[in-house]
Design a binder for this molecule. Structure first.
Ligand SMILES: C[S@@+](CC[C@H](N)C(=O)[O-])C[C@H]1O[C@@H](n2cnc3c(N)ncnc32)[C@H](O)[C@@H]1O
Length: 267
C-alpha cells in the first residue's frame, strides 16, 4: 500500500504542540532510498535552470542529487537536525557541491524577489500545511520566483485518499537495520481519515538484544482538499498550473493515481 513520507512538523505555527520528531538517521533509513521522483525533479531543473530552491529539504533526498547533477541548489528546512544530517551527507561525498542550506520556515522565505527560476516542494509536504496557511505560502513562493519560473510539488492524491477506508490499523511497512546501532528496526503504519483530514501514524520499533523494543511514534496530518480548490489557490497567488500528473512518470491524474504532482508557472 502506498504511504506518504513521514514529515516531521507540528500541526501548524499557531498550534505548536510538542511534536515527537523522528531522528534524521531513522527518517533517512526509511525514506532515503525512494528515488522514483528524482528524474522528475531533475528534468524540471534542466528545463528551468538554477538555482533551485528545495523547500523542506530534510536529509537531502532530492536536494543532494540535484546539486550533485550540477544544479546550484538551496535547501530550506526548519529542522536543524535534518540540515546537520544533510550537511554531513554532502561532506561525505567529498568535493564541494553547489548546495546551500538555510534553516527557515518556508512559510516566510528569507530570499529576495525573483531569486529562483524553480521552487520544488517534494514528498507530500504541501498538504501537511493547514489550508488556512496555503494562500500566504503560495504568495511567498510566487514572490521568490522569477517571472516564467516554476513551482512544483507532489502530494498524496486527494481522490485516492478519499476512497480509502476511514481507518487502518498499523501494519508492517518496512524493516531495516538502524543506521547507527545496527539493531533491527521494524516500521509499521496506520491511518485515520475524517473528512479531508488524514492522519498517518508510524511506529518505529527498534529491537534490542535483551528482547526489549524501543518504540518511537510519529504522526502526520494531511489536509486533502479536492484539487479544484487548490488550483484556485495557486491561481490567486499568480501561479498557473501548466501540468498535473498522477505519478512521476507523467501518468494522468486519475482518481486511483497515487500522487498529485503539480507544475505551476509564475507568468
Ligand atoms: C517529508 S519530509 C521531506 C524531506 C525531503 N524533501 C524528501 O523528499 O525526503 C518534510 C520536511 O519538510 C520540513 N518542513 C515541514 N514544514 C516546514 C516548514 N514550514 N518550513 C521548513 N521546513 C519544513 C520538515 O522538517 C521535513 O524535513
Amino acid at each position: 500500500m502506498w504511504k506518504p513520507c513521514a514529515a516531521l512538523l507540528p500541526a501548524s505555527a499557531g498550534e505548536r504542540r510538542k511534536a515527537v520528531t523522528l531522528p534524521p538517521a531513522l527518517y533517512h533509513a526509511h525514506h532515503g532510498a525512494f528515488a522514483a521522483d528524482l528524474p522528475f525533479w531533475e528534468a524540471l531543473a534542466a528545463r528551468a535552470g538554477g538555482p533551485v530552491l528545495a523547500l523542506g529539504c530534510g536529509t537531502g533526498r532530492v536536494a543532494l542529487p540535484l546539486a550533485a547533477a550540477g544544479f546550484p541548489t538551496v535547501g530550506v528546512d526548519w529542522d536543524a537536525a535534518m540540515l546537520a544530517f544533510l550537511q554531513r551527507r554532502a561532506a561525505a561525498g567529498g568535493g564541494s557541491l553547489p548546495l546551500g542550506l538555510v534553516q527557515a520556515d518556508f512559510r516566510a522565505l528569507p530570499f529576495g524577489a525573483a531569486a529562483f527560476p524553480l521552487v520544488v516542494l517534494p514528498c507530500n509536504t504541501y498538504t501537511t500545511m493547514p489550508p488556512r496557511e496555503r494562500a500566504a505560502f503560495l504568495r511567498g513562493v510566487a514572490r521568490v520566483l522569477r517571472p516564467g519560473g516554476f513551482f512544483a510539488f507532489s502530494a498524496p492524491n486527494p481522490a485516492l485518499v478519499a476512497a480509502l477506508p476511514p481507518q487502518a490499523e498499523a501494519e508492517p511497512e518496512a524493516a531495516f537495520r538502524h543506521p547507527e546501532s545496527g539493531l533491527p528496526v521494524q516500521v509499521s503504519s496506520g491511518w485515520r481519515r475524517e473528512g479531508t483530514r488524514w492522519t498517518v501514524r508510524w511506529h518505529y520499533d527498534t529491537l534490542h538484544p535483551d528482547g526489549t523494543v524501543e518504540r518511537v511514534t510519529v504522526s502526520q496530518t494531511h489536509w486533502l482538499a479536492p484539487v479544484e480548490a487548490e488550483r484556485g489557490l495557486l491561481k490567486a497567488a499568480g501561479l498557473h498550473v501548466v501540468a498535473e500528473y498522477g505519478d512521476f512518470d507523467h501518468a494522468p491524474l486519475a482518481p486511483d493515481a497515487p500522487y498529485w504532482v503539480v507544475v505551476a508557472q509564475r507568468l
